[in-house]
Design a protein around this ligand. Structure first.
Ligand code: NAD
Length: 255
């Protein structure tokens, strides 16, 4: 029980990678507030946590790119649990479109959800962690595209590159408050986003796997373990870094 008695707030925690992180943190003893814009996702997630773990769970519906929703959902988590020890920013959307005619609205939406949403939660939760004076852990989910270009992902790459750099800045500013701020860059993880891209022919799984030294796509649990590590005291001397969890994809120069 590496997170016994801690309180975690997980955005995008209703499904996919965020759901796996919320479940694993609850299994490690953390009480969890799960945030998403979709209530049905949240109810299913809360039911799973209640059934499979001894953790307390709260849900909060909100849009991470809306500052009022961010303040309200953080206030709801604190009303429920008193404080937040661990913040995981996992809510995100992906845009695949050639840059030459990428509609500006889609660019803005991607930046709003992925980058603005992460900043807003870091600020709202970080401010309360600083006031409380007990430190904290912030884990931002970025992506491979923050490290290397993938065609037709300009908006997504800009948003996730921004999250990676934001993580470093906050780590620098908040180290003196014993708040560690790190990010995880997942490789290709089998979730709805990726299944949808495969169905639409945007991703070619056999080509992707051929490039991954581990020889397989990632699963959501491949990210949950590293997130627990970054939320636990085992990582107290780690801040401002990005943990690549990609099966070796970026290490592979041999294609
Ligand atoms: P997913 O679509 O399965 O889950 C995304 C979650 O975010 C959902 O719960 C959704 O409701 C929520 N969400 C989306 N927009 C929101 C908004 N405006 N406000 C509140 N909630 C919102 O996606 P996933 O594959 O599990 O991805 C999770 C995170 O991991 C994302 O940030 C994604 O960019 C990142 N990521 C995924 C992969 C991958 O291969 N799946 C790779 C690298 C990074």
């Amino acid at each position: 029980m590496r997170l016994q008695g801690k309180v975690a707030l997980v955005t995008g925690g209703g499904r996919g990678i965020g759901a796996a992180i919320a479940r694993r943190m609850a299994s490690e003893g953390a009480n969890v507030c799960v945030v998403s814009r979709t209530d049905s996702e949240l109810q299913a997630q809360a039911a799973w946590i209640r059934e499979h773990t001894a953790a307390a769970v709260a849900v909060a519906v909100g849009d991470v790119s809306n500052p009022q929703d961010v303040e309200r959902t953080v206030a709801e988590a604190i009303a429920h649990f008193g404080h937040v020890d661990i913040l995981v920013n996992c809510a995100g959307i992906s845009v695949a479109h050639a840059s030459v005619d990428l509609p500006f609205e889609r660019w803005k939406q991607c930046l709003n959800v992925n980058l603005d949403g992460t900043f807003l939660y870091c600020q709202a939760v970080g401010r309360r962690m600083i006031e409380r004076g007990q430190g904290g852990k912030i884990i931002n989910i970025t992506s491979l595209v923050a490290h290397a270009a993938i065609p037709e992902r300009a908006a997504y790459a800009a948003s996730k590159g921004g999250v990676k750099q934001l993580t470093q800045n906050l780590a620098l500013e908040w180290a003196k408050y014993n708040i560690q701020v790190n990010s995880i860059s997942p490789g290709f993880i089998m979730t709805e986003i990726v299944r949808d891209y495969i169905a639409r022919g945007i991703h070619k799984p056999e080509k992707m796997v051929a490039r991954i030294p581990a020889g397989r796509m990632g699963e959501v649990d491949d990210i949950a373990g590293p997130a627990v590590f970054l939320a636990s005291p085992d990582s107290d001397y780690i801040t401002g870094t990005t943990l690549l969890v990609d099966g070796g994809f970026l290490a592979n120069g041999y294609v």
